[in-house]
Design a protein around this ligand. Sequence first.
Ligand code: GLU
Length: 476
Amino acid sequence: MSARNEPSFRESVDLMFNRAVALMDLPPGLEEKIRVCNATYTVRFGVRLRGQIQTFTGYRSVHSEHMEPVKGGIRFAPTVNQDEVEALAALMTYKCALVEAPFGGSKGGLCIDPREYDEHELERITRRFAYELAKRDLIHPSQNVPAPDMGTGEREMAWIADQYARMNTTDINAKACVTGKPLNAGGISGRVEATGRGVQYALREFFRDVRDVEKAGLSGSLDGKRIIVQGLGNVGYHAAKFLSDEDGARVIGIIERDGALFNPSGLDVDGVHQWLTKHGGVSGYPDATHHAEGEAVMEEECDILIPAALEGVINLANAARIKAPLIIEAANGPVTAGADEILREKGTVIIPDMYANAGGVTVSYFEWVKNLSHIRFGRMQRRQEEARHQLVIDELERLDRYLGDAWSMTPEFKNKYLRGADELELVRSGLDDTMRIAYQSMRDVWHSRADVQDLRTAAYLVSIDKVASSYRAKGL
Ligand code: GLU
């Protein structure tokens, strides 16, 4: 896929880190301390399946423990390797710092193609992997808290949480050992949609400042913008759905494993998603042209390109042909360091992964807090809030009667105003606030420093500065 002199994923992350850190004034040696991955644990374990023992290889990498627990997903994919897990763990460190989730960075992976196993087999494999990690405190509410990533979801997180609870029967905080659990197993409303929702909030904030929009050579709002999404998994699907349903954007291209769909007048995201779930691919979907060479559709003309699946999909081999003026990295590491340079020279604006996809870990943070506090968000305040709003409504109704035909309260206002926020609304509000504040911190650096030309460098500067302050506070 990529050119021969493309660095590895981890080298790519390091190169981008180095570019940013060169603009900082860190104490000698601290830069190296922050960059390196603290530890990677490799485990090989056997599970008896279909009459024979199968050996699996898994990793849990801890990049930085400047804050604990460390946090990051567990990926199930046949391509998982140490280099990848370490790159992803490093990104978790910077991501958590940028959005002020009080965690260090970690990541895990298991070399497996989950589609080759049935549910029962996957449960046994996941539980065994969880056992191996938990017995070394690599799953632990105060040490290391995994979450979903590619190839894993609520189901796997529920198995992991249960496995940990079986091994730690008296730990009252056992549920906080992993996030991304189903609601009935200690999860939080809005975690599944969180990363895609975060992408939407990130774009909304981008479009709030006309200077940023102009830097990308665009104008106006999200309304009517043409979007191409690479990968219609959990993240790509939710981002595409929210942007088209709620912001008026037009999803003209969707790239999947078996090719791409293209329709300049817009695709029905839910329709494509249902087709994909039913048929395992996008081929045969009726209301679009199908391109067998899916990746080439990333090079089509559009306003916003959203790579939402694998790392390295925009690389030395195709970067020069990418026409989108704005790329938002919903995936981790979709643009290699070499491609980043080519795109920067072209003036393409890239909203970087460590910010763009931080919605997932942000809501994971809320879930972890919920688990530790043992109470659902809003449970204490909701009805009290409604009662106070009722007082205002009563007064307004009195005024309404007094003013007669001159003024009247609309029923929509009354209904909306009366309803206290439930957990989902609170989660979305917390996520929106987080995405706005983190973007503003990058924007300030981007606009105020002449030596910072891109948002990725700005993101690194903000997050490395936060990690460095934690180290300084520890006396290092
Ligand atoms: N796997 C997700 C990520 O890459 C979520 C991590 C988490 O929630 O801890 O950010």
